[in-house]
Ligand binder design. Structure first.
Ligand code: SF4
Length: 300
């Protein structure tokens, strides 16, 4: 069993694999998304500056002072008071003076409720990048998965973050529309992304986690998970509808295809790659099944 040397965030984005991990809060203040079990057993809490300072002492011993990137957990640091985060960022910079990137998770609704001035203050205090789960842009699916977010909030919040000078990573959950709503998911998500034009679009693929409402819906036959071919067709339809300037990444082990590139310039190349994979799978049910089996074994 892994024993954390201090109170580390239990989750971080894959792109933060080499970052110092510091926890300013514990848990998720929303904790109601039907697909998510990340913080199910954690009561949302603000940590004290003394606790964070003690973590930073331990992190300094572990990572050294030359590190260049740091991630702040848990799931929605921006729900805290701006003054608190400014103090946390000040501490971080004192302990790790060579950082060039400081990132955190937040929610689209939290961003929509923040003023641009608040976000600018955080940017000036050292925050550089936000990781935000959009999951889908379709209003019906957003409601079905209990995301606690509307299309409008995501667009408003995302635009504010960018206007404040922060980099924005939006996470898309491929397959979350299942076999029934994959086209709505693809089109609705592209619609929201086009209005925001985030710096990064990051694909993940839905994996039902035991103990979640989505898992229960599947067990009861209410929700039919999308098969790999459907997910790839959905990805292609989404990409066809994307009209934005963003870096598209598939930086997660759950994905069926590693489609990556710059939008808009690499769009045709990525569509061709997806088209070839779809053509190959369409005549090969055994390959689809192998992908499905591999996907089931992914350990989140
Ligand atoms: S997906 Fe994010 S916002 Fe939703 S419950 Fe999980 S951590 Fe909280």
């Amino acid at each position: 069993m892994f024993v954390a040397p201090y109170d580390m965030p239990p989750w971080r984005p894959p792109s933060e694999a080499y970052s110092v991990l510091i926890r300013a809060t514990r848990g998720c203040p929303w904790n109601r998304c039907a697909f998510c079990a990340m913080y199910k057993d954690v009561k949302f809490q603000l940590k004290s500056l003394e606790e964070i300072k003690a973590d930073m002492e331990a992190a300094l011993q572990l990572y050294g002072s030359e590190v260049s990137t740091l991630f702040i957990g848990d799931s929605d640091s921006l729900v805290t008071k701006v003054d608190f985060m400014v103090e946390v960022l000040g501490l971080i910079k004192r302990y790790f003076p060579r950082l060039t990137r400081i990132t955190t998770y937040t929610r689209g609704r939290t961003l929509a409720r923040r003023s641009i001035q608040d976000l600018r203050t955080l940017k000036e205090a050292g925050l550089t990048r936000l990781h935000v789960g959009l999951e889908t842009g379709d209003p019906g699916i957003l409601e079905y998965i209990g995301k606690g977010l509307t299309q409008q909030e995501m667009v408003e919040g995302g635009k504010k973050a960018i206007e404040a000078g922060l980099e924005l990573s939006l996470y898309v959950l491929l397959g979350i529309g299942g076999e029934r709503w994959w086209e709505e998911h693809a089109r609705g998500t592209a619609r929201v992304i086009n209005q925001v034009s985030p710096h990064f679009i990051r694909f993940r693929t839905f994996i039902p986690v035991p103990g979640t409402l989505m898992h229960q819906r599947i067990e009861e036959g209410e929700f039919i998970p999308a098969c790999p071919l459907t997910v790839l067709k959905e990805t292609k339809l989404m990409l066809e509808n994307l009209e934005c300037s963003s870096t598209l990444l598939s930086d997660h082990v759950s994905n069926y295809a590693s489609i990556e590139g710059e939008l808009p310039q690499d769009k045709e190349r990525m569509l061709e790659e997806l088209g070839e994979i779809i053509d190959r799978l369409e005549g090969a049910p055994q390959l689809v099944k192998a992908l499905q089996d591999r996907h089931r074994r992914v350990n989140l």
